[in-house]
Design a protein around this ligand. Structure first.
Ligand code: TXA
Ligand code: MG
Length: 318
């Protein structure tokens, strides 16, 4: 398909074989997932992984998530356990990432995992990306397709805005349904949530029939996505704001300020899943409109609201 972006493609057979060829040669591609768009490359290839870190400007100590078609493929690289198998059955393919012990025989690039003895594995749900994963004989290292510490892309054009022509192929998969990154759960010992997502702790607890912890240790970076400053739209973000200052963009949930200039609702119907899915899109709209600051009203802290609060909290650490 032709569009005004010469490197954004609609998925079809021709682009599938072009994508596979590029990935086999160590290329890096912009790919849709159900959460956010990713920058995918062969996780076995030093060259591809190096390229990903360079494109993102990502610190070397921040490991990448490795994406697989199914659990059988992932079990070549990680030590499986009962929690992993249960959560896989309940939620995969889907928006959850599992941190597991690395097998000694694994061929995953050590740089991709920041030289840790663990690997974060995920099974994305998007059909296009699954078609690709099914056809290749290596997994994909795939961080969100944004510059380090910025906002994740939820549209193919957002990926273009981040990397312009530095990517030869960006595959268009429309707007990401979930719109916020996957839940990351450490399963190397007692399950711990490292990064909240729309698949929240309660749902995971119900599936595992145990209580789980949220990582709260202050000084130790267990998951570098837990770095304080992250998800930043590039302008100051103020959270828990009660009143509008008259000039900033004001983000809230509901329809109280319907059609009022400077007010942006994450979900008119107070739906926290929709609110999460609109957060990054609205950050980008506000930035493009030239606002100098974002104020955010208090967001309920349950369900998908926990993930929203995690992201806006970090976005506010400017
Ligand atoms: O939804 C998602 O997970 C998206 C899509 C593209 O799949 N990917 C994504 O990747 O958000 P990234 O690189 O932006 O975030 C990966 C997170 C980071 O917080 C990283 O520190 C953590 O996963 N992570 C990766 N490997 C890890 C490991 N071995 N141990 C602990 N945390 C790990
Ligand atoms: Mg990211």
């Amino acid at each position: 398909m032709k569009n005004s972006y010469s490197n954004i493609f609609t998925f079809n057979k021709k682009i599938l074989s072009k994508t596979i060829k590029s990935l086999k040669n160590g290329g890096v591609i912009g790919l849709p997932t159900e959460t956010v768009y990713g920058l995918g490359g062969n996780a076995y290839s030093k060259k591809a992984v190096k390229k990903i870190f360079k494109l993102k400007g990502r610190p070397k100590f921040n490991p990448l998530i490795i994406h697989y078609y199914n659990i059988k493929d992932a079990q070549k690289d990680v030590v499986s356990n009962k929690y992993f198998e249960k959560l896989y059955k309940s939620f995969c393919p889907g928006p959850i990432t599992f941190v597991l012990k690395r097998k000694n025989t694994s061929k995953i690039s050590h740089q991709a995992c920041a030289n840790l003895r663990t690997i974060a594995v995920r099974f994305p749900k998007n059909k296009t990306t699954r078609d690709i994963l099914r056809k290749i004989d290596f997994p994909l290292a795939m961080p969100s397709a944004n510059k380090s510490s910025g906002v994740s892309p939820v549209n193919s054009k957002d990926v273009f805005d981040e990397f312009k022509k530095k990517l030869k192929i960006i595959i268009d998969g429309g707007k990401c349904k979930i719109g916020i990154e996957s839940t990351v759960i450490d399963l190397t010992s007692d399950p711990k949530i490292l990064r909240p997502g729309v698949l929240d702790k309660k749902v995971i607890e119900n599936s595992l029939k145990i209580k789980i912890k949220t990582h709260r240790k202050k000084n130790k970076i267990l998951s570098p996505g837990m770095m304080k400053k992250h998800y930043s739209p590039g302008i100051p973000v103020m959270i828990n704001q009660k009143t509008h200052d008259g000039k900033s963009a004001f983000i809230y949930i509901g329809n109280k300020y319907k059609n009022k200039k400077n007010f942006f609702s994450l979900s008119k119907k107070n739906n926290l899943f929709l609110a999460a899915s609109n957060l990054y899109k609205i950050f980008r709209i506000i930035k493009k409109k030239g606002y100098k600051k974002i104020q955010i009203n208090k967001i309920p802290n349950y369900g998908a609201g926990i993930a929203i609060n995690d992201r806006i909290n970090r976005a506010s650490k400017f």
